[in-house]
Design a binder for this molecule. Structure first.
Ligand SMILES: *Cc1c(COP(=O)(O)O)cnc(C)c1O
Length: 420
């Protein structure tokens, strides 16, 4: 049973084996409680040094020679590092494009591999970009999307998805592994098995899973996956995304965007397209090298900290947050919009209230607490155990209690600012 005073939180920080990693991040405002959930991770100090080095020495002095001196290899090399966070082999992961574009590529590649089948199965709480891209694909290719509906935004019914899969007609099942609103996590192994039983391929969006929970793609026999690097990997705004294709599928699937970075002998400059016999075939064009190399520093930090250690701390911090919510915020009608069971919850906790948007604004503008808001009523508190302190969790809940007690949110308008 946790105690609710600040001393308790500080004692947990004092004996936290990961506490030293906080120093690796640029934190200019010591009072700010950064718990964005987690749309943009903090800036690693190493990224500043790395970007300076790449700009001044590599770009500045080596110019075009830089491509032969490490830039060309960087997408696959970095993919190999990210693979360690995914439970995949290094030759199965490539850094390329954005999550949206990678999702488009792999969804189409999967449909091409199942040409006689017409059904795509997903769910209604999927991340918007995934839904939009699927709707476009369904329109242009004449496919049908079946949306499995969960009972509510928290509980995801695996049965509903399994039931939606039409044997002999389903080509692709695609899901956001950790739901972006509630943080609920799907059972990857069971759903992959169910899709395979029906002859379908599965595409996982790992944007809120990578760097937040340990993943076992190979172990679950996962087919395809994509994900962001600017969230829990702390890769920086707009840092390039990654894609995973299981080894035995790589030469069977085709990239629908046949760019020269997927070509077999790229610099032979042949006239006709011949895809590389490796994960490289899922590349398209010239990668954004500054962002890509800056992102590596964030990945390195997570590998040094270790996913098991990070997960253990994330669970302990989330449980602490939930205990404080129950004691301080539940009496004000604030609901827990995330699963209560840590085993099926990612690394953020969503708290709900009809005035959620205004409470979020009061927290940001008056309390120096930065969560984020996802409609209709979710205030997401992201826990990034590599830099979040128990003390931060305590301050966040304590300051939110003040917002509720003093109804500080009442003066804010109902409408939404552009980025929440
Ligand atoms: C953040 C996020 C994205 C973002 O995709 P971009 O192409 O980087 O804009 C996609 N999917 C999920 C599940 C996300 O959480």
């Amino acid at each position: 049973m946790p105690s609710f005073d600040l001393q308790y939180a500080r004692a947990l920080d004092a004996r936290d084996p990961l506490a030293k990693f906080r120093d690796e991040f640029a934190i200019d405002d010591a009072d700010a409680i950064y718990m964005d959930g987690n749309s943009l991770g903090r800036l690693p100090k190493r990224a500043m040094a790395r970007v300076r080095e790449v700009v001044e020495n590599e770009w500045g002095k080596r110019l075009v020679r830089g491509w032969g001196e490490g830039w060309m290899d960087a997408p696959a090399r970095l993919g190999g590092k990210i693979a360690q966070l995914l439970g995949a082999q290094s030759a199965e992961v490539l850094v390329a494009d954005s999550t949206s574009v990678n999702f488009y590529k792999l969804a189409n590649a999967a449909l091409d591999a199942r040409p006689t089948r017409n059904q795509i199965v997903t769910e209604t709480v999927n991340f918007p970009t995934d839904s939009y891209i699927l709707q476009g694909i369904a329109r242009t290719r004449g496919k049908t999307i079946t949306y499995a509906a969960p009972q509510n935004d928290v509980a995801i019914s695996m049965d509903a998805i399994v039931h939606a899969i039409e044997k002999n007609n389903c080509a692709l099942v695609t899901l956001t592994h950790t739901a972006f609103k509630s943080g609920a996590v799907y059972d990857m192994r069971a759903l992959t098995q169910a899709a395979h039983d029906a002859g379908a391929l599965v595409l996982w969006d790992l944007s809120h899973s990578v760097g937040s929970i340990p993943l076992y793609l190979n172990d679950c026999n996962a087919d395809l996956a994509v994900g962001c690097t600017y969230k829990y990997l702390n890769g920086g705004p707009g840092a390039p995304a990654f894609l995973y294709v299981r080894r035995d599928l790589q030469n069977e699937l085709l990239n629908p965007i046949q760019g020269w970075f997927g070509q077999k002998n790229q610099f032979a400059m042949d006239f006709d397209y011949a895809p590389a016999q490796s994960i490289t075939r899922f590349g398209v064009g010239t990668p954004p090298m500054l962002s890509l190399l800056a992102m590596e520093t964030g990945v390195d930090l997570l590998l040094e900290a270790g996913m098991k250690n990070l997960r253990a701390k994330s669970i302990q911090q989330s449980e602490f947050l939930i205990a404080l919510w129950e004691e301080w915020l539940k009496p004000f009608g604030v609901t827990l919009n995330s699963p209560r069971d840590a085993n099926v919850r990612g690394s953020h906790v969503s708290l709900g209230h009809p005035d959620g948007l205004r409470i979020d604004r009061a927290l940001i503008e008056e309390m120096n607490v930065i969560p984020d808001f996802r409609p209709p009523d979710n205030i997401r508190f992201g826990i990034a155990p590599i830099y979040t302190r128990y003390e931060d969790v305590h301050h966040a809940m304590e300051r939110m209690r003040r917002v509720m007690q003093e109804q500080l949110y009442e003066k804010y308008p109902m409408e939404r600012p552009t980025v929440t």
